[in-house]
Design a protein around this ligand. Structure first.
Ligand SMILES: Nc1ncnc2c1ncn2[C@@H]1O[C@H](COP(=O)(O)OP(=O)(O)OP(=O)(O)O)[C@@H](O)[C@H]1O
Ligand SMILES: O=P(O)(O)OC[C@H]1O[C@H](OP(=O)(O)OP(=O)(O)O)[C@H](O)[C@@H]1O
Ligand SMILES: [Mg+2]
Length: 281
């Protein structure tokens, strides 16, 4: 049975659980249930702190896990990313009191607070900056006001937390993160992992794409196919109307309204868009 680690709390927890539910895995009944055995899917789900997940997977006690890319790098554990999951997007950035710092070089000899010491140490050494790293568990943005640090390195999504305490990002983003599926480095594929990957890929695609149906005059079909090439090629069926065909193709959700406008302009009519509930491509 495949042993999978799932975040039990925090920013990735809800999104990870709803993705697994969409992929057909049994959800937990309440937040106190720490292990779920899903016989039908051949999978055991372990609900763990997101920070610990790379450690368990790196030790080989669990076959795979869902965590943030930033946490994977921070852990230094021998794990690798199998696939991005398309949720929990954020950047990892430096910030300081507005107007006090301009580049990473300004950090020489200064104090930087973070919960991600592994990630920050590596970045500072790559940049050749000699600074003191102060490890805090969370709410690091407050460390500057309280005089514990001159700058912070933390997760930024909307930037609201930073703004609320008068901080401003500076320098290039240290990294871009999102929820990812991980496995132990250089281990052969565990039994059942390929099924998990296919199911999750199915959810990612079902969210990324819509199904588009429309009718068009047969002589415009090549232009229409250029707009909606589909996966292997669109389905084109005869319509019970002389000179017309019906087309069905998967289209990226992002920008699908523009595709509808363009189809309309070349004479397509009865253009319908529907959500994809599940898929295997
Ligand atoms: N506001 C956010 N938006 C998107 N992703 C976030 C956000 N905050 C954290 N994350 C991501 O979620 C993952 C886990 O962070 P999270 O804050 O949930 O854990 P934690 O800080 O260890 O736990 P807690 O905050 O409960 O103490 C990280 O990969 C991080 O990049
Ligand atoms: O840019 P924003 O949208 O404001 O989001 C970023 C904030 O979200 C996370 O905090 P979390 O709630 O996990 O608290 P923590 O600092 O205690 O981990 C992160 O550590 C930032 O503080
Ligand atoms: Mg947090």
């Amino acid at each position: 049975m495949l042993r999978l680690a799932v975040p039990n709390k925090g920013a990735l927890s809800e999104a990870a659980q709803s993705m697994l539910k969409e992929a057909g895995y049994r959800p937990r009944r309440d937040s106190k249930e720490l292990v779920v055995v899903d016989e039908a899917s051949g999978c055991e789900l372990f609900f763990l702190r997101p920070r610990d997940i790379a450690v368990y997977v790196g030790e080989g006690t669990l076959d795979a896990g869902i965590t943030g890319r930033d946490m994977l790098i921070d852990s230094g554990a021998p794990v690798e990313e199998i696939m991005p999951l398309g949720f929990g997007g954020s950047t990892f950035r430096l910030a300081a009191m507005a107007g006090t710092m301009a580049s990473v070089k300004d950090l020489d000899g200064r104090r930087i607070a973070t919960s991600y010491t592994g990630l920050l140490d590596k970045y500072l050494s790559d940049q050749g900056v000699d600074a003191r790293v102060i490890k805090l568990d969370g709410a690091v943005e407050t460390a500057i006001r309280l005089g514990v640090a001159d700058a912070v390195a933390d997760v930024v999504e909307t930037g609201t937390t930073l703004r609320n305490v008068g901080l401003e990002v500076f320098g290039e983003p240290i990294m871009r993160s999102e929820g990812v599926l991980i496995k132990q480095q250089s281990t052969p594929e565990t039994q059942g992992l390929d099924q998990l990957v296919r199911r999750l890929q199915g959810v990612v695609h079902a969210r990324d794409f819509v199904m588009m149906d429309y009718d068009i005059r047969a002589e415009r079909i090549e232009e229409a196919i250029a707009l909606t090439p589909g996966m292997e090629g669109p389905t084109v069926s005869p319509l019970h109307r002389e000179g017309w065909v019906a087309v069905r193709a998967m289209v990226r959700r992002k920008g699908h309204q523009q595709v509808m406008d363009q189809l309309w302009d070349i004479g397509a009519r009865a253009i319908l868009v529907t959500d994809i509930y599940a898929c295997r491509l």
